[in-house]
Design a protein around this ligand. Structure first.
Ligand SMILES: C[S@@+](CC[C@H](N)C(=O)[O-])C[C@H]1O[C@@H](n2cnc3c(N)ncnc32)[C@H](O)[C@@H]1O
Length: 349
């Protein structure tokens, strides 16, 4: 009877951990893939294994309880990481197999060095399967385009505000004071800055390169709507990304302010003078984009280049090069990912 009660108590604890994990990770997918299910179950399984060493067995096994508790805490932390930024599905489950299998194998070997080979070999084999799974899921993940990975993550976990992911830099040592929705969309404070900039300088024509989910586009369009005039032309050549952004923009009620194109930035045809150019496509494209659009930019207009932190280098170096060539006057805003605010040098007095 006692054993049955213990089993029920451990199962209830596992179910509670699983329930809290599902809720905290805001898992939104209707159908969870087997690998994602394994990841979700991993902390609860580790905790259940740890608790069963104390309460279900006749003799408490403290070393295995401690190992299970540590592994559970680590996997819980990994779940938090997977909530913040994309992590290959199956990685957390694979880590459970590796750490759990090794813990049991080592414990058995220490307890009885002469134990039958199978007793140590079986958990070691489980750890080996974990390694194979880890390598396989990581490989598959790396093959997926970086933009699509973030898109998948946003689709599965939603885009709730969370602390900024970018590492500290000399110019921005505490990035966690900023917030982000995902690692592709500009920081929330930068989005708010874009909207305020639009209501401040009142551009007639804004060009944005790199739409992604259309969030920065919507912030800019909100500014245009508040002004009561203007247009934003935004472009992204990825059809899957573009389709999602289009749905979002169509549902936003801001469609009248947006001209969206599923095209690469250097191929879009923009008529008229650009009052605000926001370059946020691929880092290596930002410099060609500025050079391409510069003749069309209003001499009193603004040019923004995102991802110009000293860590991300490419864009920062491009902006400084354009300044050195006498084409731009550049200010480097010390945001987590870095933002260049620039103006043409040959502007009218
Ligand atoms: C950093 S994200 C844009 C984020 C968005 N501006 C925001 O803050 O909400 C970069 C996007 O650039 C797009 N991209 C890639 N190549 C491009 C190109 N040649 N022209 C325009 N966009 C491009 C990618 O598909 C990706 O969606």
């Amino acid at each position: 009877m006692q054993a049955l009660l213990s089993i029920l108590a451990v199962s209830a604890a596992m179910a509670a951990i699983l329930w809290v994990d599902v809720r905290r990770r805001r898992f939104r997918a209707r159908s969870v893939s087997p690998l994602a299910g394994l990841d979700l179950a991993a902390p609860a399984v580790a905790a259940g294994a740890a608790l069963s060493r104390l309460f279900v067995r006749p003799e408490p096994a403290w070393p295995l309880f401690s190992a299970g508790a540590l592994i559970g805490a680590y996997l819980w932390q990994r779940g938090e990481r997977a909530r913040q930024t994309p992590l290959a599905e199956g990685v957390i489950g694979a880590e459970l197999l590796i750490a759990g299998g090794l813990a049991v194998a080592i414990h058995r070997w220490i307890e009885d060095a002469a134990a039958p080979v199978l007793q140590v070999g079986a958990p070691a084999l489980v750890a080996g399967c974990g390694v194979v799974l880890l390598v396989a899921v990581r490989r598959r993940f790396r093959r997926r385009d970086a933009v699509r990975r973030v898109l998948d993550h946003a689709v599965h976990h939603g885009s709730a505000a969370k602390p900024e992911y970018h590492r500290p830099t000399p110019e921005c040592p505490q990035p966690n004071r900023w917030r982000m929705l995902d690692t592709m969309t500009a920081e929330i404070e930068v989005l708010e800055f874009l909207r305020t900039l639009v209501t401040t300088v009142k551009p007639r024509l804004v060009v944005e390169t790199g739409t992604f989910l259309g969030i920065s586009t919507l912030y800019i369009a909100e500014g245009l709507r508040e002004n009561g005039f203007g247009k934003i032309v935004t472009c992204d050549p990825d059809p899957e990304v573009f389709a999602r952004a289009k749905d979002k923009m169509d549902a936003s009620g801001l469609g009248d302010w947006i001209d969206y194109r599923c095209q690469p930035s250097l191929e879009i045809d923009v008529a008229g003078t650009i009052d605000l150019l926001f370059c946020d496509s691929l880092p290596e494209l930002r410099e060609p984009e500025v050079r391409h659009f510069l003749p069309q930019v209003n001499p009193n207009g603004l040019i923004l280049m995102h991802d110009a932190s000293s860590h991300l280098r490419t864009v920062r170096a491009a902006a400084l090069r354009l300044e050195k060539e006498g084409l731009l006057s550049v200010v480097l805003l010390p945001t987590p990912r870095g933002l260049v605010v620039a103006q043409k040098r040959d502007r009218t007095p």
